[in-house]
Design a protein around this ligand. Structure first.
Ligand code: ACM
Ligand code: ZN
Length: 496
């Protein structure tokens, strides 16, 4: 299995950027287990069981327990490469989800889980459960038969069926199951532990349902996100999660707020702990890994051991600066907290311009809404995700109309974008600005070509606009109508 599934034609992340599928490769001659193999043609690697035993012992000497994770039923591209018979029958749109309609997959996972549980002394087994996209199951006759035979409602209950079967295997070995939030879909057995990653609400709900929970919210604890102004940071999987935000997470406050007047302090026993996640799709070098880890992991540690209400960011920051210095002297590569830029300075002050407070109409196909954040004068901060300052666009045939209230002389029209290929942003090659005096008859005034960043793997803010010389009341931004669905974010329209 490892000989076939652990190597591919390049770093996985290159495939995210290029959109080309990963081509698996056989183990190259001379590969030394425990190392990363990368000769420019083949990339990959694995650990032997003896190396894992050595790692477990090394960690145990430092009071660290390693919990293994075997992903079920999604994130199984390597498994499906080696066992293509575990794919759903019929058309499969998704290439990493196994078919729970097939009986054979269960003894297979039982064997794998048993082997892994025998290796790791921890009482826990993490079985993943996250991001299993269900479109293959919806059309697979075997999955549909399983749904009918087991009297399940839908594919979500099929996921739950799958997790319950796996949980029996885990429990039969005397271990406790851990899984990501998605194991809550379609019902969950009482003694499973939820590792909550999709924001904070799912984990809080699970605690209220008396499940043990480890909080690992992507909104606070995903250390593969950038930690400072994106223009100066190495490649990151999402924008801006600075030290102060990581430090600010207060899980107990969320739980107390969600319980309201029903709050009973004994519920806190279900908050089992906190976890930072540093996924390595975009990280292949250890210096990059250390950079993302330090100092943000210090903040997670201090959060985990600090009683509620006892934290103090300025004090913590001083300690973090001292600790960074110390570990740098030991040879670690860390983020340079002392020269942190912090949040986007341009987002602090409003930009006076003619569009301020104008009436907006955002149309996507038949859907009509407003987009007032695009005319409030404020540019977006580095954070784009879940930030109401940015307007997401997703689809085709998108237009934005701005009504200035009366005819005015216009000399400049521009709009700000983010280009971020890692997030699979797909920007229009060009857009068009049109203007109108009556809101009915629009004439094109400017068709700028979008300047994409040279290295499209990086987060990059772009301005899309230029000079015009026209008198008008209405300004329309219209994306080109290419065959592809567009995806990205706008922050602000500036008209002068
Ligand atoms: C996750 O980030 N899919 C757990
Ligand atoms: Zn199936």
């Amino acid at each position: 299995m490892v000989k076939k599934g652990a190597f591919g034609d390049s770093w996985y992340f290159n495939h995210i950027l290029s959109g080309k599928p990963l081509v698996f490769a056989e183990e190259p001659a001379g590969y030394v287990p425990g190392t990363v193999y990368d000769d420019g043609k083949i990339y990959g690697g694995y650990y032997t069981k003896d190396q894992i035993r050595e790692m477990i012992a090394y960690a145990a000497e430092r009071q660290i327990e390693i919990i293994p994770e075997i992903e079920i039923p999604g994130h199984n591209m390597a498994l499906l490469h080696v066992h293509p018979e575990f794919f759903c029958t019929g058309e499969h749109k998704v290439n990493n989800v196994i078919c729970p309609g097939q009986e054979e997959v269960f003894p297979f996972f039982e064997k794998v889980l048993k082997e892994v549980m025998d290796l790791f002394p921890t009482p826990y087994m993490h079985i993943g459960g996250d991001e299993a996209e269900k479109s293959n199951w919806a059309v697979c006759p075997l999955c549909q038969k399983r749904i009918a035979d087991e009297q399940l409602k839908d594919v979500y209950e099929l996921q739950s069926y799958c997790i319950r079967r796996v949980e029996k295997m885990v429990n039969a070995c005397g271990k406790k199951l851990i899984g990501w939030d998605e194991i809550l879909e379609g019902g969950l057995s009482d003694n499973a532990t939820v590792m909550s990653w999709q924001g904070t609400e799912g984990g809080v709900e699970a605690i209220r349902m008396n499940h043990d929970v480890i909080m690992s919210p992507s909104t606070f604890y995903y250390l593969d996100f950038g930690q400072d102004a994106p223009y100066k940071e190495p490649i990151a999987f999402n924008a801006y999660l600075p030290l102060e935000v990581v430090y600010s997470y207060e899980p107990e406050e969320d739980i107390i707020a969600a319980c309201g007047k029903d709050y009973d302090p004994s519920i806190m026993k279900h908050l089992q702990g906190l976890q930072g996640n540093l996924w390595t799709e975009c990280i292949i070098r250890s210096d990059h890994f250390e950079y993302m880890l330090y100092p943000r992991s210090f903040a997670i540690a201090e959060n985990a051991w600090s009683p509620k209400g006892s934290k103090n960011y300025p004090v913590f920051r001083e300690k973090a600066l001292a600790f960074i210095k110390r570990i740098q002297e030991e040879g670690y590569h860390t983020f340079d907290l002392a020269s942190e830029v912090g949040h986007r300075p341009e987002a602090d002050v409003p930009i006076p311009n003619l569009a301020l407070g104008a009436k907006t109409t955002w149309r996507k196909g038949d859907k009509v809404e407003t987009a007032d954040m695009l005319v409030d004068g404020y540019l977006g901060d580095w954070t784009i995700r879940r930030d109401p300052k940015w307007k997401e666009f997703n689809g085709k045939e998108i237009t934005l109309d701005i009504d200035l209230g009366e005819c005015k002389d216009l000399h400049y029209i521009g709009v700000e974008y983010v280009d971020f290929r890692i997030r699979r942003f797909r920007l229009p090659d060009d857009a068009q600005f049109l203007v109108s005096e009556d809101g009915v008859n629009f004439v094109p005034v400017y068709t700028p070509k979008l300047r994409l960043s040279d290295d499209r793997s990086h987060y990059c803010i772009l301005t899309f606009g230029g000079t015009v010389n026209v008198r008008a009341r209405y300004v329309r931004l219209q994306f080109n109508k290419g065959p592809k669905k567009l995806r990205g974010y706008l922050s602000e329209v500036i008209i002068n």
